[in-house]
Design a protein around this ligand. Structure first.
Ligand code: ZN
Length: 173
């Protein structure tokens, strides 16, 4: 595995639409492994292909569902990720507005309204189709990363930005 460079604000790559993955080969496996290492190293929740310069419909989300909302993740936790190849959001429900960040726009947090719950279908690295129902942060992550595959980022979606730090009270806006 190797760390890959994360594409930053201003790079036109972040505005492009990605093509579907057609080859479920070793190269795809290598990409996903590198993305996991890169994401974990960057302390992020999700990472999409274009953020490492690969214009294919692929992203990963950290799967920390075994921990409670206010529970701290132990330092020695072996991180788990969910791999999404050629993903599709099938259903969504509810609305939650929260500040969210992006590894491609460090220091910027945008208030974005997302579904509370989504149902998605995708393929794994071997091409097997699976469906997943996700809520809260994982649902938000799936939506955020899906947007990246269509060249849509927090800059396009946020109704307002909070720089550098999160507001203490999420309910205030
Ligand atoms: Zn992002």
């Amino acid at each position: 595995m190797a760390l890959r460079e994360i594409v930053q604000d201003g790079d036109p790559i972040l505005k492009k639409v990605c093509r579907p993955v057609t080859n479920f080969d070793e190269k795809l496996g290598q990409l996903l492994d590198d993305m996991k290492e890169t994401l974990w190293h960057a302390n992020g929740l999700g990472l999409a292909g274009p953020q490492v310069g690969v214009m294919r419909r692929v992203f990963i989300c950290l799967d920390d569902r075994e921990f409670g909302e206010d529970e701290e993740i132990p330092a020695d936790w072996e991180p788990k990720f969910i791999e999404f190849v050629n993903p599709e959001i099938l259903e969504q429900s509810g609305e939650v507005t929260l500040y969210e960040g992006c590894l491609s726009f460090p220091g910027r947090n945008g208030a974005i309204t997302r579904p509370q719950k989504v149902k998605a279908r995708a393929q794994d690295r071997h091409g097997n189709v699976f469906t997943i129902e996700a809520e809260d942060m994982l649902a938000r992550c799936i939506c955020h990363e899906s947007n990246h595959l269509d060249g849509v980022t927090i800059l396009d979606l946020a109704t307002r930005f909070y720089e550098d730090e999160y507001p203490e009270e999420q309910e205030e806006y």
